[in-house]
Write a protein of this length. Sequence first.
Length: 72
Amino acid sequence: MKQNWIHKATVIDSEPFKIKGMNIWSYDWKYVGKSIKVKDPNYGQSYTFRIYEIIEGTKKVQFAAGGFSNCV
C-alpha cells in the first residue's frame, strides 16, 4: 500500500521537534528498511530520505529524515 508523506518541518540538527508529543532527538532511531523521495521545499531538488521509527511504551511513530544541506 502506498503512503502519502507530508513535509512537516525543516529543522536544524538537534532543534527540538515533536511528533505525537515525542521529541525525536530523545530516542534511538530505528531504520525500518524503507525510503521515500522528497523534494527540497525551497529549491525543488530531489532527495532520498530513510524512514525511521521511535517507540515509547505502546506508542510508535514513523518519520522520514535526511539532510537538505549542512545541519538542515
